[in-house]
Design a protein around this ligand. Sequence first.
Ligand code: SAM
Length: 207
Amino acid sequence: MTLPDGVERRSIAGETGLATRGQPVYGEPTEDGWRRWNPNRSKLGAMLETGMQTGLSGGETVLYLGAASGTTVSHVADFAGPTYAVEFAPRPMRDLLTVATDRSRLFPLLNDAREPTAYAHVVEPVDVIVQDVATRGQARVALENRRFLDDGRLLLAIKARSEDVTRQPENVFDDVLEELREGYEVLETASLEPYHDDHLGVVARPD
Ligand code: SAM
């Protein structure tokens, strides 16, 4: 497994797993300044655990779409450079603002990821987009935000049930990937089981 600088496999509270250095956020165990990154609570954590080639090396500028209350993006801001965190729901945003008080590189943005024009004046070109919006139109969100990536990577988690609960996940994944190819070259895909059911991890680059 290739891990970015700032992410290590460490034994914390008697269990070995991914960890980053920073203040705890969601009740995760800590030791010597390191905190466990739980892949069951994080699609990006699951992508790293399953050995996907994310291309992350640490220190990148990141645009994170679907930040919720900051579980995953807090780990990202622990090892990345400037991290812009887009979330459109006010309630999780309140928690995210608290998470950001301890993290000078984390910039929460209360915006709709389907309308990037609203934050284009704030977000610089980024090295990586991490997307976990769990909503209908996941390919469209990635395509709308492609403008922020010159080169670099899209790290996307597709949740099949957010697109259509009635269809087979494999068919949903095929359709989302086909649409994604309008603007991206898909480099790798992998199931995120056993950490997340009916989710596909995707590594892509702008085409
Ligand atoms: N990525 C988070 C983590 O690992 O900590 C969990 C994200 S949760 C599965 C999906 C989040 O995406 C929700 O908080 C939801 O409000 C947000 N979301 C859905 N559609 C969105 C949109 N169009 N713009 C911004 N946020 C959106």
